[in-house]
Design a protein around this ligand. Structure first.
Ligand SMILES: [Zn+2]
Length: 275
């Protein structure tokens, strides 16, 4: 069967050819009068390239396939998600805060870090949290070939299975980046692609107040909040701001009447609303 799944990079390559072709035609006056069709073609190519790139990087965009970035619900529920771990001592500190407030969360773990800290992954599961796949090397999947993407996902599921005996059914591509081939690979494996609706850019360590304010200001029913207990595969940066922000986000949102749930639970709320 003809495979219609096309990589973003191929689409952008084709559009570049169209843009250059349009500019050359215009320059050579071939399509110039009276309408300057060549320039028009080039502008359409640039606009299409910008559109397709946004489709690949915006967390709420469905053009390349269905992603989950929030839940449509009238219930006061939100989901905390932590990316890039496990990473000692910050994952333990996040888990301690979650335990103190009895709040469940979802951890999108990096396979390489799972192999480094299998006991932390076990603790995540033991304490009632959900696990998600965040690739093995935290790679940009838009720059990876099909075989690499498949191995990044499968290898991570294998090491998670070795650590805790089960495999996740949710995945978050690093940076949220995806294209039709990435989406197809996830679909074949029965993996739901989960993005986020609230991002405080906590990984830049802007200060606890900033992380809390950026998060709390935008929260609504069904929000999926992105935070970080890890730092990719480098694991160099401190995540102490994210740990402290987690505590204050929980305190503030609990006071506002919000309940915290896992990604699975918050997505189930959308289904409840439909029925
Ligand atoms: Zn990440």
């Amino acid at each position: 069967m003809f495979d219609i799944k096309i990589r973003l990079v191929s689409m952008l390559g084709l559009l570049t050819v169209i843009v250059l072709g349009g500019l050359i035609l215009d320059y050579r006056h071939m399509l110039r009068r009276p309408m300057r069709i060549g320039i028009g073609l080039a502008l359409v190519g640039i606009a299409a390239g910008a559109f397709l790139t946004l489709c690949a990087v915006l967390p709420e965009n469905h053009v390349f396939g269905q992603v989950f970035f929030e839940s449509q619900t009238n219930k006061k529920v939100v989901a905390l998600t932590f990316d890039d771990g496990p990473y000692s001592p910050y994952t333990e500190q996040v888990l301690d805060v979650l335990k103190e407030y009895q709040v469940p969360a979802t951890f999108f773990v990096v396979g390489q870090n799972v192999e480094k800290y299998p006991e932390l992954v076990q603790r995540i599961v033991n304490e009632g949290h959900q696990l998600g796949n965040h690739t093995y090397h935290h790679v940009d999947l838009l720059k990876s070939d099909r075989k690499t993407i498949e191995e990044e996902i499968d290898h991570t599921n294998r090491v998670i299975k070795a650590a805790v005996g089960t495999t996740p059914h949710v995945v978050r591509p690093p940076h949220g980046f995806r294209d039709p081939v990435v989406m197809e690979i996830m679909a074949v494996r029965g993996l739901k692609v989960v993005e986020w609706s609230i991002m405080s850019r906590d990984w830049t360590n802007p200060g606890v107040d900033v992380i809390v304010d950026r998060t709390v200001a935008k929260v609504k029913n069904g929000s999926i909040i992105l935070l970080h207990d890890g730092d990719g595969i480098d694991s160099r940066a401190s995540r102490i701001q994210s740990v402290e922000a987690t505590r204050r986000i929980i305190q503030t949102l609990t006071a506002q009447g919000y309940q915290f749930v896992t990604v699975d639970e918050i997505l189930a709320k959308t289904e409840e609303n439909k029925s």
